[in-house]
Design a protein around this ligand. Structure first.
Ligand SMILES: Nc1ncnc2c1ncn2[C@@H]1O[C@H](COP(=O)(O)OP(=O)(O)O)[C@@H](O)[C@H]1O
Ligand SMILES: [Mg+2]
Length: 415
């Protein structure tokens, strides 16, 4: 039939198909990214072997797939026509993201690069080949080798750590030769083959939450780290850093060099560094978001949504507008940890937080009457908080008040 005279052309093109994003892992850490992907209009697929995974509640396609099963993930991604693949703070998910991304030709750092970042022996080897600063590191398999390594790395204090773990698990700072054997045992719980002995790096502890787009650094936020006695990893991060701007600029340049040496080219990356005598030294890098607290910290401090940037970049949208820093609001994030094992009894922790001003988030990871399951060796992670203050130091102080309120409310019945 001929078109009627005067018939108007269609007013608009048919709508573009919605991008389909695959989120690898469905645990609580993935909820933010799943929610964000939905709010950006993507069709959300979530893969997790646990049918009760938290992020399934935000998924259009809940996929009961174990995230270590890369071929099954790739098949599902192909079937759904996935155009982006991401994960949040899960280390196990990082190689899966790279595997799916490579198979489907999506925007990801190479599988080789992310695998290298997960294996500290490989990571340090690549950094050393590039001539960049790192602690002297020796792989050891028995006590005699460990004693020799202790001399090689310059004596005590030194650090013993597993080749591949996270969150400070199995990592010890060893003060003298008597502590060496025990430290090796702790590290070897994560890898019976052996462990790394390395120079202790002093100086100013910082984290850098970085974001790469097309091999170029699009954002690098320098955070000051806070520590607590007996817990080897930082318990807190604060923004803005106290380091002079010139030093921070140098750190950003160094982060670019480290990323290049390791092959990290796309998306978020979380660096663990020291600034020692004016020099940046790499402790490690994870080719993923630093964790929910850091995402919340950066959002509170600069109004930058790293989850949104990660989702956009994954589906091929330029994330840089999302990464533009707003005016700074000093903020601290803190992990609430206690050295204890057993069943938690909580007596009104929120009621004990006297002054709520500045509190952005307080979340508990334990429930009254239940065992404290989230652990880093001898320590339990009780929760986390994110707080603002007039200065970064004031925010850090306020975060320790929250920590004190929660630990005061906690009684642990040993099992
Ligand atoms: N060579 C080192 N010198 C000083 N501190 C270190 C060294 N290596 C690790 N640490 C401390 O231990 C923490 C955990 O070690 P790291 O290598 O980052 O392991 P993980 O992957 O478990 O986070 C670091 O955040 C840092 O505070
Ligand atoms: Mg670390």
């Amino acid at each position: 039939m001929l078109p009627r005279m005067g018939a108007r052309p269609p007013l608009s093109e048919p709508p573009a198909p919605r991008p389909v994003i695959l989120i690898v892992g469905g645990g609580p850490f993935q909820v933010d990214i799943a929610r964000t992907a939905r709010s950006l209009g993507a069709v959300v697929a979530v893969a997790d072997r646990d049918p009760a995974a938290a992020a399934f509640g935000h998924a259009d396609h809940p996929l009961a797939i174990d995230i270590v099963d890369h071929p099954a993930l790739i098949d599902a991604a192909r079937r759904l026509g996935v155009s982006g693949v991401v994960s949040a703070a899960s280390d196990v998910a990082v190689p899966a993201v790279a595997a799916v991304g490579e198979a489907l030709g999506l925007r990801v750092s190479s599988k080789e690069a992310v695998t290298r970042c997960r294996d500290k022996l490989e990571m340090y080897a690549a950094v050393q080949r590039a001539g960049l600063a790192m602690p002297r590191t020796v792989w050891v398999e028995d006590d005699a080798q460990a004693r020799a390594a202790a001399r090689e790395v310059g004596g005590f204090p030194l650090v013993v750590k597993p080749r591949s773990a996270a969150g400070g698990r199995g990592v010890s700072v060893v003060r003298d030769r008597h502590g060496l054997r025990r430290a090796m045992e702790r590290a070897r719980a994560y890898d019976p083959r052996g462990c790394l002995v390395q120079t202790f790096v002093g100086g100013h502890a910082i984290g850098v939450e970085a974001f790469f787009w097309d091999g170029v650094l699009a954002l690098a936020v320098v955070m000051d780290d806070q520590f607590e006695d007996g817990f080897v990893s930082p318990v807190g991060h604060a923004l803005p850093s106290e380091l002079p701007e010139a030093v921070q600029a140098q750190v950003r340049d160094d982060v670019v060099a480290y990323a290049r040496a390791l092959g990290v080219t796309e998306g978020p990356a979380n660096f663990d560094l020291r600034v020692e005598r004016g020099r940046t030294v790499l402790l490690e890098v994870n080719a993923r978001l630093g964790g929910n607290s850091i995402t919340d910290l950066v959002r509170s401090a600069y109004g930058v949504d790293l989850s949104a940037a990660t989702v956009r970049a994954a589906i091929g949208q330029d994330p840089r507008p999302e990464l533009a820093l707003g005016p700074v609001h000093p903020t601290a994030s803190r992990l609430l940890v206690v050295k204890a094992e057993g069943v938690a009894h909580l007596d009104d922790p929120f009621g004990r937080i006297a002054d709520r001003e500045g509190i952005v988030a307080v979340e508990l990871a334990v429930r009254d009457g239940e065992p404290m399951a989230l652990r880093v060796d001898e320590h339990a992670i009780v929760g986390r908080c994110v707080v603002r203050g007039p200065t970064a130091a004031a925010a850090v102080e306020k975060a320790s008040e929250v920590r004190a309120a929660v630990t005061d409310a906690l009684r642990v019945i040993p099992r």
